[in-house]
Design a protein around this ligand. Sequence first.
Ligand SMILES: *Cc1c(COP(=O)(O)O)cnc(C)c1O
Length: 434
Amino acid sequence: MIGEEYKTLVRDCPIVAELAEGKEVFWINGKKKSFVDAIADCELSSADVRDASARLKRFAPYFMAAFPETRATGGIIESPLRAIPKMKEALEIEYRVEMNEQLYIKLDSHLAVSGSIKARGGIYEVLCVAEQIAMREGGLSLEDDYSVLHSEKYREIFSKYSIAVGSTGNLGLSIGIMSAKLGFRVTVHMSADAREWKKKMLRSKGVKVIEYAEDYSVAVENGRREAESDPTCHFVDDENSRTLFLGYAVAAERLAEQLSKEGIEISADYPLHVYLPCGVGGGPGGVAFGLKLAFGDNVHCYYAEPTHSPCMTLGMATGLHNKISVGDIGIDNKTIADGLAVGRASGFVGRFTEPFIDGCYTVKDERLSELLAMLWDSEDIRLEPSALAGVHGAVQRRDDRGLHLIWATGGSMVPPDELRKYYNEGKRVKGEKL
Ligand SMILES: *Cc1c(COP(=O)(O)O)cnc(C)c1O
């Protein structure tokens, strides 16, 4: 972006200058609409989410057969909801604030099969592809017990097809693990920032991993191109897929059940505030959309991003969405928050969720590290850096009445020695401040 263009952008949208300087910002969305108005001219509906939910239920017997760790939850991949009072206390002391409302965490970090929020959307999209093929070529019908898909017959059918995806790591893990288990051939195009252990784990499961020296967008573009030339290849389009989005959205009805089991009633007097770490946008956008369908105006959703990769904040604040990248304003897109290292937001998700979202904010890497160590020490919950981005929002919005929910998006697949390094870095950062 040349000087004059940048100046005009900053004049119209001053927050851009703060983003460019790497400052932590909190942006409130002036284009948010009431739920009734927002849903009125919306291309997806609650029927679409119900359809996704029903599909996941059909696959439950398959999961119990293929992934024994899902038996405890009846083949449904769902994460725990937990109150974190000790973390709240630690935050009050560290930041010298009072937090009078309840603080909860949603542990997608501990979802079965792939250990991150990607176990929702990523797996769901692979199931959609598998179901279609199984019906067309294997005679599967809606009423069947889907555990039959865990068989040589179906593995052979699926082996004629391939799945491709571009990823910073976690989406690759979820698509790779799920596809390989069903018997698909699968290729994951990994961006430069993807961790070595993720590539190793995928290769050990028979997944083809292609590495790039460039960032996420390049990995996705190459995956897309490769798939285009092969009619038996399905490309999972993280930037545009409605299917992924709906897989994420199912989270909300499950959360609603968990809250009511805890005896918590969300209402206009006691709303829900949710803080969602955001990369390209599909995960947090899908969850937020589901939450709006479930709770309407009684839920407030925020996207959380690292200061080094604030693509959604930039896209939404300027209204340019995927027409601008963080590189355009001189930001490097280098962050310890793997899943969030995205320089250009999804055009679909940015525009689609614009009327639903309350705001976006950014967090420094050092703060993510520090919060990681604090959550580890106070609650013995171990997350990857991305998954801490939600905490900062809950601290800043602490005076808003209601329940504050941090969406913890990943961590349980991270090898223990890597986790320990994250923790040590957090302790170092915390020590420096003292
Ligand atoms: C992918 C990911 C996100 C964000 O999801 P997007 O769909 O990319 O916005 C957040 N946290 C973690 C750990 C992730 O892997």
